[in-house]
Design a protein around this ligand. Structure first.
Ligand SMILES: [Zn+2]
Length: 356
């Protein structure tokens, strides 16, 4: 099964085309933006473009390189992303490669429609070592090699892994002339500062409503969506520009439920309720989940503001709109190394007068 076509991001792709034609694309890049907007798809598109044999119209989709890279079979297009930890505590390069191929096959089987990695999945030190080892080799087929590292914030710092980590940092800082490294992250605040300072960051924007509709109408996508009784309009509103979030283990649904709980707590008259709900947010290890909750809270507040304005409840509309600003600030804090309970407690205090 081929990967889905890439939906949206036309302006960004134009920028990249321009950089490619001027050969000014940086050697290491970080694509950052919300989960579920297609950052890894954009990164793979860049990989195909870099490897294409017709640079004036890359990716041409016709040359041998393009045919191989679009089937993810190009030996110089390397795609890594979080995987469950291997049983062998010190796997060799072959074991890591084998597992990586398994992961890619799984994603191909669903045409690249996959859910966010689970909490037990990570990019472990053996994988980092494999990236570094492969990067110093010559390309197998073409003139270049490209590494796409999805959810790079899931790189796991491990004891005794300093050597691999340092080698990776050196690779990011000075990739070989024939190598491009593209990291993606929806939690870029969770990336090690030592990584962030060595890559050129590119912001990837959410999709437009029209693009979300096109994505949802793709038969491959609808086969992977548990739509239930919801209408397309409801799904479009739920997706809020990031339709990939609707896929899989209902994590977005869970985030919306939790966000509703937070809103109710903010509107509760007593401080006790707010604190209890904040403490229920969990302390750490659930950073991804927490930022999903905050994204969901933004979506709910937008809805609230819109429907209040439609009914002529102006102060409620303004209150909800102002509340969004506080949520956005909380998101910034949450993407750093801040305790979700503390962020939630102060956010609920700020929201209380706005959402009563
Ligand atoms: Zn081509």
């Amino acid at each position: 099964m081929p990967l889905l076509p890439l939906y949206g991001h036309t302006a960004l792709l134009d920028r990249f085309r321009d950089a490619l034609s001027r050969q000014s694309l940086p050697g290491s890049l970080l694509l950052q933006g919300p989960r579920g907007i297609g950052k890894q798809q954009v990164a793979l598109w860049l990989g195909r473009s870099l490897l294409c044999e017709n640079p004036d119209r890359s990716p041409c989709g016709e040359c041998k390189s393009c045919r191989m890279s679009s089937a993810l079979q190009h030996p110089d297009l390397h795609w890594f992303f979080p995987r469950p930890r291997l049983k062998d505590s010190d796997p060799d390069l072959a074991a890591v490669r084998g597992d990586n191929v398994d992961g890619i096959m799984e994603r191909l089987e669903s045409s690249g429609v996959y859910e966010a990695p689970g909490g037990d999945e990570g990019i472990f030190v053996a994988t980092v070592r494999a990236i570094v080892q492969t990067a110093i080799m010559s390309p197998a087929m073409g003139r270049r090699k490209v590494f796409v590292v999805g959810d790079a914030d899931r790189m796991v710092a491990q004891e005794g892994a300093d050597q691999a980590a340092n080698a990776f940092l050196k690779l990011l800082e000075e990739p070989p002339a024939d190598t491009t490294i593209i990291l993606t992250s929806s939690e870029s605040g969770a990336l090690l500062p030592t990584i962030r300072s060595r890559v050129v960051s590119v912001r990837v924007a959410p999709l437009s409503e029209q693009e979300v509709r096109a994505f949802l109408a793709d038969p491959v996508v609808s086969a992977h969506l548990d739509v239930g009784p919801r209408t397309v309009d409801e799904l479009v509103a739920l997706a809020s520009g990031a339709p990939g979030r609707l896929i899989g283990r209902d994590s977005w649904q869970a985030a919306l439920t939790q966000a509703r709980r937070l809103l109710d707590a903010a509107a509760a008259p007593d401080r006790g309720t707010r604190l209890r709900v904040a403490l229920g947010q969990g302390a750490s290890g659930a950073r991804g989940k927490f930022s999903d909750t905050l994204d969901a809270l933004t979506v709910l507040l937008h809805e609230r503001s819109r429907s209040a304005a439609a009914k002529g409840f102006d102060s409620e509309a303004v209150g909800s709109a102002r509340a969004i600003e506080f949520v956005e600030r909380a998101k910034e804090l949450a993407s750093g190394n801040v305790n979700p309970q503390l962020v939630t407690a102060s956010l609920l205090r700020e929201l209380a007068p706005l959402v009563k």
